[in-house]
Ligand binder design. Structure first.
Ligand SMILES: [Fe+2]
Ligand SMILES: [Fe+2]
Length: 285
């Protein structure tokens, strides 16, 4: 992701952005055309996955959990986190260059239009707030992108599986069996996923939201499971039941994206009430 305040974009990224714009304005864009990773994928996105797959090792994930999950970094309201996200654009996402706050609001508004539960709408608003990680200096490959279990064999249904050859875990035999360090049907709560904004926000919000909402937040980037149905042998009964909500949520995350910026000022009172209904004024990050 780039911070737009950091000066002009690199030329290659600007080019990618123009391609994105052309593609977005294509009136024939079909539902299946969103989130297509192929030879047409911008080089920056491909490079992002190369870095992500090479460096998300089990040791890396465990060290990031030790570093961030004590939540002793700062106190911040949802709105302060939202303001911080205003400068971030997600380079891993081939479908949009809108600001993150716009994406959060568009997702929440799409949930609201469909008459979803209040906790569901709130999850739409919050789901990407964990991206404040990049403002703590984390590289984008440790903040965004599809997540996957570490410490066991990688599914070949993960996007760009060939990039895992450069991951040091590929040389650890214990991590290269189907179950790896886990036991069958152990439950995803006992499984470490590649580190990023999903897991971080889960820890920030877990004391306050219903379990369904927490699954949506914690696993929304786990395409290998919620889209590709991989890793069923690590999931327990509860995971299988609650992944229904992750799948329900994904359509709003992906298909609510539009180029029309939401009217933040007009929407704010509704969302202030909604946030206050579930969350304290200050959250620990
Ligand atoms: Fe996300
Ligand atoms: Fe999102």
């Amino acid at each position: 992701m780039s911070t737009t305040s950091a000066g002009p974009r690199q030329p290659d990224v600007m080019e990618q952005w123009e391609d994105f714009v052309r593609s977005r304005y294509d009136p024939d864009k079909k539902k299946e055309d969103f989130r297509v990773y192929s030879d047409a994928t911008p080089p920056g996105v491909r490079e992002f996955y190369r870095l992500n797959h090479a460096q998300q090792t089990r040791d890396f994930v465990l060290s990031k959990k030790r570093e961030y999950t004590p939540l002793n970094r700062k106190k911040m309201s949802v709105w302060e986190a939202m303001d911080q996200l205003e400068v971030i654009v997600d380079d891993s996402d081939p479908d949009t260059d809108l600001s993150q706050i716009a994406h959060n609001l568009q997702t929440a508004e799409a949930c609201r239009r469909d008459g979803r539960e209040r906790w569901f709408i709130l999850s739409g608003l919050l789901h990407d707030l964990g991206k404040v990680l990049c403002l703590y200096g984390e590289p984008q490959w440790a903040v965004v992108g599809d997540t996957f279990p570490v410490g066991c064999a990688w599914s070949d249904r993960i996007v760009y599986p060939e990039f895992f050859a450069a991951n040091p875990d590929s040389k650890v035999p214990e991590y290269q069996t189907e179950l790896g360090v886990y036991s069958k049907y152990c439950g995803l709560d006992n499984v470490d996923l590649s580190w990023g904004h999903d897991e971080y926000l889960y820890h920030v919000t877990k004391a306050y939201l219903p379990e369904e909402a927490l699954y949506m937040i914690r696993y929304h980037s786990c395409y290998p499971i919620h889209r590709e149905n991989q890793y069923q042998y690590l999931m327990n009964e509860k995971d299988r039941k609650l992944f229904h909500w992750v799948r329900e949520f994904n359509q709003y995350d992906l298909y609510s994206k539009s180029d029309k910026a939401p009217d933040v000022k007009a929407l704010r009172p509704f969302y202030e009430d909604l946030v206050a209904e579930f969350l304290p004024d200050q959250l620990s990050w």
